[in-house]
Every structure is written in structure tokens, then in C-alpha cells.
Design a protein. Structure first.
Length: 233
């Protein structure tokens, strides 16, 4: 079966990032509008046409390269009709699965087949959410309430314009789901016209503020990330 996967990388710890093309949202600062391929690569991938691979080829690539864990992202993996089949194949081979998603198209089957879900919340304010993504957040939040379990972690993007208030609202909201939930906060990388990168100091202050007042564990990734090599194309 054909997938929407067009790019696969491998890290030194035998994990792999798998890129799905396309998304049901249209975020102003979506990194995919600027970097279609893994930004951790030393040499930029040059590929004029996307060649989507099928599920069998995906599994061959992963098994031949001794992959033990995958991160499904991109892009939004849940728009791919082949996702449930991919998840079943990964499970059969005991490959640990992390799904990065905006949550709008989550369902119980997908939730049951993955090991961890990194659930992205851009904003809880409907107008702000619409400004960022051109979509309502209602269905994603409904899905979060319906499917939330111990597999869920969270992520958001910190922008200069929305500041810490937007992230505090998310942290307060997450407190209603449980204690010590994990919230990754990424500083915006400039892409669109509406939002810009925050000052370093603001973001660090915000993380300290959240960790001192809420049980939510806020953190950010520092450095350039893990070295990656290309497995596909
Ligand atoms: S939800 Fe994620 S993948 Fe989709 S447009 Fe927004 S940033 Fe991009």
C-alpha cells in the first residue's frame, strides 16, 4: 500500500524520523514550508520530486538498518490512510512508535497502536488558533479529552507575539488532565509573516515560571539535535 512518506533519517541511537507529506492545518510558522527535509542533516537533501514509498519498502528500510524506535511526523501522519497498517507492521516487529500529531484526526485505533503521542497544542484561544493554523481547535481538544492516557506528552511553539501567556494557558489546561505532564516548548523558527522568534531570555523565563507554579514539566530542546543520516530518498 502506498504511503505519504517521502523522507526517512536515522540517528546514532538506532531511532528514525519518518516524514509524512501534507497536513490538514496551515500553520503560519510551519517549518515544512521552509525545510522539507531533516534540518539536522549536514548536507541538504536535493530531491525535486517526492517519491512516496509503500509500506513494504518502509519496513525493509527500517529492518535493514536495525531501527528500534521511530518518530512519525512531518507533516501530519494521521492524514495518511496507510497509517494504521504502518502501525500494525511496526508493532509486529517490536519497533517503538512515537507519533507527533495535531490530534484532529486521532482515533482509538491509532492511540492503541502507538507507544507515545506528542500532542501539539498551538493555542487554546479559538481566535488565536485560527490565526495561526486557519483551523478551529475544537475537534483536537475533544479528541484529547476522549483519548487522553499515560501515552500523551505535549508540545507547543513559543512566539514573540503571543509570549508566555499563551503557554501558561496551555499549562493550566493540562493540569486538569493530571500531574507532572510533559510540555516541550519550541522557540519559533521564522517562516511566515505573522509571528517571529522570541528573545532567548523570555522563553527561559517562561519555562522557569511554569515549572515553579504548575506540576507540568516544561522544557526546551537545546543545541542542534542528534546527528542524522539519510535512509530515504
Ligand atoms: S500542525 Fe504541524 S505539520 Fe501541520 S501545518 Fe501546523 S506546524 Fe505544520
Amino acid at each position: 500500500m502506498r504511503t505519504r512518506i517521502y523522507h526517512i533519517t536515522k540517528f546514532q541511537d538506532n531511532s528514525s524520523y519518518i516524514f509524512f507529506n501534507g497536513c490538514n492545518w496551515d500553520c503560519d510558522f510551519c517549518i515544512m514550508k521552509r525545510f522539507k527535509y531533516d534540518i539536522h542533516l549536514e548536507k541538504e537533501v536535493q530531491a525535486d520530486n517526492f517519491k512516496y514509498i509503500d509500506v513494504e519498502t518502509l519496513m525493509d528500510i527500517l529492518l535493514q538498518n536495525n531501527i528500534i524506535e521511530v518518530f512519525l511526523g512531518g507533516g501530519e501522519p494521521t492524514i495518511d490512510p496507510s497509517l494504521p497498517l504502518i502501525l500494525e507492521r511496526l508493532k509486529m516487529k517490536d519497533i517503538r512508535v512515537n507519533l507527533l500529531t495535531n490530534g484532529e484526526l486521532l482515533n482509538s485505533r491509532i492511540v492503541s497502536l502507538v507507544d507515545r503521542i506528542s500532542f501539539s497544542i498551538k493555542s487554546l484561544d479559538e481566535n488565536t488558533h485560527f490565526m495561526i493554523t486557519k483551523r478551529s481547535n475544537l475537534r483536537s481538544i475533544e479528541n484529547l479529552k476522549k483519548f487522553f492516557n499515560e501515552k500523551f506528552t505535549f508540545e507547543t511553539v513559543y512566539t514573540r507575539e503571543l509570549g508566555c501567556r499563551n503557554v501558561i494557558e496551555i499549562a493550566e489546561f493540562l493540569e486538569s488532565f493530571g500531574k507532572n505532564l510533559i510540555l516541550r516548548i519550541d522557540p519559533l523558527i521564522p517562516v511566515g509573516n505573522l509571528f517571529t522568534s522570541p528573545p532567548e531570555y523570555d522563553l527561559n523565563e517562561c519555562i522557569n515560571h511554569i515549572n515553579s507554579r504548575y506540576s507540568v514539566k516544561a522544557y526546551r530542546i537545546k543545541g542542534k539535535g542528534k546527528n542524522a543520516v539519510v535512509l530515504y530518498p
